[in-house]
Design a binder for this molecule. Sequence first.
Ligand code: DOR
Ligand code: ZN
Length: 335
Amino acid sequence: MELRLRAPLDMHLHLRDGEMLRSVAPLSARDFAGGLIMPNLVPPVTTGEMVREYRASIEEAIGEEKFRPYMTLFFQEEYSYDFLKEVREEILAIKLYPAGITTNSEGGIADLSVERLAPVLEAMSALGIPLSVHGETDGFVMDREAQFIPIYEKLALRFPDLTIIMEHITTKEAVEALFRHENLYATITLHHLSITLDDLAGGLLRPHLFCKPIAKRPEDRTALRKMAFLGHEKVMFGSDSAPHPREKKEASHCAAGVFTAPVALPALAQLFEGAGVLENLQKFVSDNARRIYGITPPDKEVLLVKEKWRVPESYGGVVPMFAGEELEWRVESAL
Ligand code: DOR
Ligand code: ZN
């Protein structure tokens, strides 16, 4: 059995920089036609020059592969209309991080009141730049996403022409919010479709499944699966593949992030096939993102075959999801 995917896209991807970038970028570039590249480097990507430099280093790391890095800026209150107009052509979205909420987000936004954000959001709305959001408060860890939903709703109402992406949603409350506002969309990760908190912490602790937002309850996963399996037009695939060196994961104060880039398409095919909806995977991994973001990725057809393979224990010192386990689908080629 085989499956052909046209221009699969990963609309939430951490590629890092330096040696880590050179090691992980080829894995995404092999399987995907493009990805939305997160800006939480140290220091974060906040200027046109930084965007151009980062894009150039990504392109160098991926070599000849057909893969378009869709760049983002790290949201800053100081961005002016003129600055955003100038940088418009270089980026696809601006990513907003609440200050200190996740990896390398210390320079994020401390005061999320609509009034404080309004000048930048007005400019983005006028220029047609989508807003991508890490939507968590600093409340109790299981409630952080649900507590953030009123903020999403205020933004959606106040800026009806602004496309707002609720990144890596994990709860049924987030799914419900999507239906209340025309301009809200969401990415869903492979890991949140696959696991619940039980897989992470219900038995022996599995640090490689620890991420932000943390995996939630079975009923939350069911709500996410329902949307993804329908290929619902409000949702698209964003892996949030977030590589950290093994020693940062297998540690006291384990870093947050699940590294899924090299297993994403095979594992998604397995999930969708298991649910009897393989034909909807194309929408989830490409068509919806094209429409939501209005992009035309490079022509690339990725061929998956139903053939077992064993996921490596590590890729250059980073442990992937499903390490050492067998997956049923394999990426055969990309043209
Ligand atoms: O688990 C996560 N890891 N969540 C994030 O929001 C950031 C990411 C990272 O950059 O490591
Ligand atoms: Zn992320």
